[in-house]
Write a protein that binds this ligand. Structure first.
Ligand code: AMP
Ligand code: ZN
Length: 113
């Protein structure tokens, strides 16, 4: 997707504070952090949102979640963290390239709901 900001990050066309990449996913710090640690895990492939996922994506999404947890630990979130996926207009999604938010810090996060 030529006009997708996260595809451009995946292609190295715009900079990001990368914390991990392999052949199928990347993780980078959110540009507008909502917690002391706030990073995003995205697939390299353009998948617009969680609503576009099919059964074939399940292994990839599973590996993304495993990596999110590993990276959370590496980022110091040993006492816990929050994962979040916003989907679609009513889910508050702003960037239409699937991403898992990982948020945390030294203190407990406020209640999300
Ligand atoms: P969402 O509302 O779930 O679509 O969240 C999109 C997230 O992407 C927001 O937290 C933004 O701060 C973040 N974001 C947007 N552009 C960039 C960028 N160039 N680098 C890092 N994070 C970004
Ligand atoms: Zn994309």
């Amino acid at each position: 997707m030529s006009d997708c900001i996260f595809c451009k990050i995946a292609a190295g066309e715009i900079p990001a504070k990368l914390i991990y990449q392999d052949d199928e996913m990347l993780a980078f710090h959110d540009i507008k952090p909502a917690a002391p640690v706030h990073f995003l895990v995205i697939p390299r492939a353009h998948i617009a949102s969680c609503a576009e996922l099919t059964a074939g994506h399940a292994p990839l999404v599973g590996r993304m979640l495993v990596k999110a947890s590993e990276l959370a630990r590496e980022q110091g979130l040993t006492e816990g963290f929050r994962t979040l996926i916003n989907t679609g207009r009513n889910g508050g999604q702003e960037v239409y390239h699937l991403h898992i938010h990982v948020l945390g810090g030294p203190q407990p996060l406020g209640a999300p709901f």
